[in-house]
Design a protein around this ligand. Structure first.
Ligand code: AMP
Length: 122
């Protein structure tokens, strides 16, 4: 599946629709999820055009991947959830229920998350 330039996160990256930015640099954008499932629910996305985790892990450079996950951890610390705990989730493809076809991870925290629960249906 190719990258869809009209997906909602591509529009956010172009500035066509607004977002509540938590962090931004040349390669990464983090913003609050529009429908938070936990008190802290932030999405972290690379600015590169990657469809999902499969695409990102296969086609991004080791530097890009390393910077992305290091920054996700830093953002979680800055959000104040590192000590109390958080869930890092990525939905890859249809069976996982991925809605937006631009690779992203969810940082979810601020409450106890039920064992085994996923990004939705907490
Ligand atoms: P998924 O693709 O299943 O990992 O989930 C996509 C996530 O993006 C959902 O949690 C949505 O609430 C969130 N979302 C969709 N549109 C927006 C938007 N415009 N701004 C922020 N978050 C969004």
């Amino acid at each position: 599946m190719g990258y869809d330039n009209d997906n909602i996160f591509a529009k956010i990256l172009r500035g066509d629709i607004p977002n509540k930015t938590v962090y931004e640099d040349d390669a990464i954008l983090a913003f609050h999820d529009i429908a938070p499932k936990t008190p802290i629910h932030v999405l972290v996305i690379p600015k590169g055009a990657y469809v999902d985790m499969d695409d990102f892990s296969a086609n991004a450079s080791a530097d890009e991947i390393g910077r992305f996950f290091a920054k996700a951890g830093e953002i979680a610390r800055d959000l104040g959830v590192a000590e109390s705990g958080y869930r890092l989730v990525t939905n890859n493809g249809e069976n996982a229920g991925q809605i937006v076809p631009h690779f992203h991870v969810h940082i979810m925290g601020g409450q106890k998350i039920k064992e085994g629960s996923m990004a939705r249906g907490l």
